[in-house]
Design a protein around this ligand. Sequence first.
Ligand code: GAF
Length: 397
Amino acid sequence: TAHGAATPATGRPHGAQYTADEFAAVYGAAPTGTWAAPGRVNLIGEHTDYNDGFVMPLALPHTTLAAASARTDGVLRLHSGGADGGIVELRTDELRPAPQGGWAAYPAGVVWAMREAGLPVGGADLHYDSTVPTGAGLSSSAALEIVTALALNDLYALGQEPQRLAQLAQRAENAFVGVPCGIMDQTAAACCTEGHALFLDTRDLTRRQIPFDLAGEGLRLLVVDTRVKHELGDGAYAERRAGCERGARALGVRALRDVPYAQLPEALDKLADEPVVQALVRHIVTENHRVEEVIARLDAGRTRAIGPLLTAGHASLRDDFKISCRELDLAVDTAHAAGALGARMTGGGFGGSAIVLVEEDGATAVGAAVTEAFAAAGHAAPRIFEAVPGAGAHRVE
Ligand code: GAF
């Protein structure tokens, strides 16, 4: 349905007790505890996080749960209710970066990054269960990393702050899994709070919780999962990142964050003979500006007025950053035509999900219009649910 409570992404039972019971069935004893970390959507600020820029994600009600116990023998055992195959067994002192390591590389990478940072992490048994859709641009990987990091932080009394756990998880993903992502998704999973969007300055990691009570204002935020699988590891993401770095070098700045919006015309002039880089720079500089504008409008109580900024963000990602796809464009265009206040792709791009800001009483019609448009175009049915800003990672039992 296009409205109401979030639809779980899978038919599997989900909940702390279920996950703890499954842990006991797999490992033969009850876990010490159970932890949760959410998926996310990004409201605005896309591909800015590796340009030292601004982002504004919110946590989804969909979570990855981990039931876990420490082990004294240095062995790391990983098991997932959602993945095929049995228990993955590794030795913590033998972990080495392993690109293409499958799902277990994410939690293994977190253990590796923690140990590399000198934190006294030993072995553990972990069992995972998740309702965060995978490959949907909703940060299932970050949820998996952060739930692991938080479980180990508690089991080994490491005393690390959530933002530090996010940095360790990002290092795991960059150096162990081999995906050159920024810090947004891990920070969202670790630091978001219920009822808020999280403003993050990815340069100095300043954070601000921005009240985001759409229901209270008669609004809804819909997520349209196009079911087009996106992969960050396939090179196009790294290519955009390299292009942005090239732009920064050409402009003589540390990162594109340092190009002021007011000086964008001059910057673009300097890049006239490199049109691809020029377009990337235009997206990043205008996108940072849009984040600041969204915050200004939310602070002023003008929530409906963020709609056009979301839509402008989509156009920029489609035309300048060139990371949209037919299904994302169709979702955004159809939502508009059906009366949405604003819509944009969210996350890494090349598939995945779009978000739609809509009046409460128009939500059903907008959702139905998108579903119909997908059917008419011969695309697989999209999965549509509501995003209500949920909690960041926490211990549940
Ligand atoms: C992916 C990455 F993991 C994030 O770091 C971010 O760059 C995002 O794409 C685009 O904003 O989710």
